[in-house]
Design a protein around this ligand. Structure first.
Ligand SMILES: Cc1ncc(COP(=O)(O)O)c(C=O)c1O
Length: 488
């Protein structure tokens, strides 16, 4: 209910009757759109008490509103703003009044013109090719709903309230076991910090490490949103090429010999965007460099869980790095984009600072979703879901690769990845990716991930093709459309 006590001001120095003053001010509130049609006005008793006036004065004011059709007096309900207001179209009420939020450019702030929007609008498209996201139709919905219900159950809910924020929560405990079993990480629950997605973990870790002017090694190309974070923090990015074996560690060594580098950002599994997995030799070399130089490393392992071979490489963080690696992962990549859950694995002193930083923008975390995710891990449901999805994604990867090789032979180059959820398609220079996507968009297919074919990325003429969320029929259809769109 509106604070009528502060909105209706009574002037005792005028000859205008009190009931009229009240009526006029209520009409103004209706005209300004602050009291919408259908709004129940306070009872005459309540308003009289609030304004410290006699009830009869309020009744007289309401009678005016009723007689002028601003308000209806409904039996058993009370006084309600009329749905059929006099003065007609609600918009016309505000003719002379501009909303305080209609003004622009009155305060100075950083407009942040980063390029996070999709190249083409997503609305009217039949099928969306994403950046490499899970197929949410595979989610075990009933099981997940049960876990949410359990989390909301009174006893569990009260227990959640007693938890310290993010420290030793049920999800941290469950994750520490899960990560030890799946990634060979030698950690305890104290080494885990839960975030809203891997992105938040990258932002927090980088914010704690990077100072303006610091040199940061990233790959070329790299996950561009991480680049934007580092640049915003004032980092000078030093780019290192990525080839079919991953980031070129020889180049890294040369850079480290000549520069004081503060941090390195690496994605050894299914590199973003190129999807390549770093070879064993490069991994060993990388670990040697990490040990030898005074450098912090963010290892972004965003979709480790999806590896099609049964002998996946373990993360570098499972090796001997002397606490220099901050390992970041995502449950969003397993459960789907609406589930915003990520984690950071690091030394306890670093995580202590990370928690303090997160509290500046988010004081509590997402207790219910975290509790539900803990239940999914502890019951084995998460692992079963990963295994099931992995089998299907491997088939979709095969199918997409075969179709593209067959239908887009002269148009596209790519290397089939060993896991993950996307292909990295490089279009031959005579086929301008932007033009092809424009035609495909007209035909109802849209690419929602970032397209590497404009501005400073024009030379790449490449894009990520998320196959995991597309079923067989959709894969056939989108590749048919891309083929048609590439015909001269
Ligand atoms: C390489 C990479 N790292 C981190 C993220 C962020 O992951 P999340 O959705 O968990 O925030 C993404 C998202 O697509 C990504 O591609």
């Amino acid at each position: 209910m509106l604070p009528y006590k502060n909105l209706i001001l009574i002037n005792t120095d005028t000859t205008e009757p009190l009931y009229r003053q009240i009526a006029v001010q209520l009409i103004a509130l209706i005209q300004e759109g602050k009291l919408l049609p259908g709004t129940l006005l306070p009872s005459t008793r309540t308003l009289a008490f609030d304004l410290q006036l006699h009830r009869k004065t309020i009744t007289a004011a309401y009678d005016v509103l009723v007689s002028e059709d601003w308000v209806d007096n409904l039996p058993r309900k009370g006084y309600v703003v009329s749905s059929d207001l006099p003065l007609i179209k609600p918009r016309s009420y505000k003719k002379n009044k501009i909303s305080a939020f209609a003004h622009k450019g009155v305060i100075s702030f950083e407009p942040l013109d980063t390029i996070l929007n999709p190249v083409f609008p997503l609305d009217k498209s039949r099928i969306m090719i994403d950046d490499g996201f899970p197929d949410v139709s595979l989610l075990p919905v009933t099981t997940i709903a049960k876990q949410f219900k359990k989390a909301l159950d009174n006893v569990t809910y009260k227990a959640i309230l007693r938890h310290g924020m993010w420290e030793n929560s049920n999800l941290s405990v469950a994750l520490s076991t899960f990560l030890k079993q799946t990634r060979g990480l030698d950690i305890g629950v104290e080494n885990i910090f839960i975030t809203r997605g891997a992105q938040m973990a990258i932002y927090i870790a980088a914010s704690l490490i990077i100072k303006p002017g610091d040199k940061v090694i990233v790959s070329d190309p790299s996950y561009f949103i991480a680049d934007l974070v580092f640049e915003r923090l004032g980092a000078e990015l030093i780019r290192v090429p990525v080839d079919s074996e991953g980031m070129c560690t020889q180049s890294i060594e040369e850079i480290l010999q000549k520069n004081e580098v503060k941090m390195m950002y690496i994605i050894p599994h299914h590199h973003h965007p190129t999807t390549v997995t770093m070879s064993v030799e490069r991994r060993q070399h990388m670990l040697k460099l990490i040990k030898a130089y005074d450098i912090a490393v963010i290892e972004d392992d965003y979709d480790y869980d999806f590896q099609f071979k049964y002998d996946p490489y373990l993360p570098l963080a499972s090796g001997d790095h002397g606490g220099k690696i901050i390992y970041i992962g995502s449950l969003t990549k397993v459960l789907g984009t609406p589930f915003r859950l990520g984690y950071m694995v690091a030394t306890t002193d670093f995580l202590d600072a990370a928690r303090k930083l997160r509290r500046l923008i988010d004081i509590r975390g997402d207790a219910i979703i975290e509790e539900a995710a803990a239940g999914l891990i502890n019951n084995g449901d998460l692992t079963r879901h990963i295994q099931r999805s992995n089998r299907l994604y491997a088939q979709r990867c095969d199918m997409a690769s075969e179709l593209i090789s067959k239908e887009l032979t002269d148009v596209v180059n790519f290397t089939k990845p060993t896991g993950g959820m996307a292909l990295w398609l490089t279009f031959n220079p005579e086929f301008k990716l932007y033009d092809i996507l424009k035609k495909a968009h007209k035909d109802g297919i849209v690419l929602s991930g970032t397209v590497y074919c404009t501005g400073k990325n024009a030379h790449l003429n490449s894009c990520r093709f998320g196959f995991a969320s597309l079923n067989e029929k959709q894969l056939i259809e989108v590749i048919e459309v891309l083929k048609k769109a590439s015909e001269k």
